[in-house]
Design a protein around this ligand. Structure first.
Ligand code: M6P
Ligand code: ZN
Length: 188
């Protein structure tokens, strides 16, 4: 392809020129992922809020290319659990990803198939390197949208099935006004 230029806002993460349209994910798109399924059902009935949006600014989808874009996770909770992304492994498991926090703050929750778990908090100006083999989910425990720029090898692919079936080993919930990490009682 030819060299390519695209704009995005450094605070909101959206493409101001409108060339790229965001993809939105709502509670109904990941109902079974929340600990409190009744609270998830109620949120769906009460208007099915958008949990997060992402802008794929480019995905050339060929080996040796890069895909990049922005993710916006809104503030809020389902029960005591913060709004978060579905999370995924890469289909080509050993492919990495970089996330750079533009605004807001939140966590990157990561785990390997072998059961190692790591969580990194991100503030504006901080980046996290997610090595190959680590599943990754973004969680907004703040009061503002949590906005990140991401880049990964374009042929990595998204494996959602593993997380949908097994869940994450750890969850982040709010207790006494603060985020805490707990074992996921529904993990299979
Ligand atoms: C990040 C990137 C995207 C991903 C998006 C939404 O921005 O990793 O590739 O699609 O998050 O997360 P998920 O795919 O887990 O819903
Ligand atoms: Zn990824």
């Amino acid at each position: 392809m030819n060299p390519y230029r695209i704009d995005f806002d450094l605070i909101t993460g959206f493409c101001k020129s409108g060339i790229v349209k965001p993809v939105q994910r709502r509670v109904s798109n990941m109902k079974t992922q929340f600990l409190d399924e009744k609270a998830a059902q109620k949120a769906i009935e009460d208007g099915d809020p958008i949990l997060y949006e992402f802008n794929t600014l480019l995905n050339e989808e060929k080996h040796s290319a890069l895909a990049f874009g922005t993710t916006i996770i809104y503030p809020g909770k389902i029960g005591d659990e913060y709004y978060m992304t579905k999370g995924h492994f890469h289909t080509v498991l050993d492919t990495a990803e970089v996330y750079y926090c533009l605004s807001g703050n939140g966590f990157m929750m990561m785990e390997t198939p072998e059961g190692e778990v790591d969580i990194k908090e991100l503030h504006p100006g901080e980046a996290v390197y997610v090595p190959g083999r680590w599943a990754h989910r973004s969680i907004n425990h703040g009061k503002e949208p949590f906005v990140m720029f991401f880049v990964y090898p374009a042929d990595s692919g998204h494996d959602y099935g593993t997380i949908e079936t097994k869940g994450y080993r750890k969850l982040v919930i709010e207790k006494d006004g603060k985020p805490i990490v707990i074992d996921n009682p529904n993990w299979k």
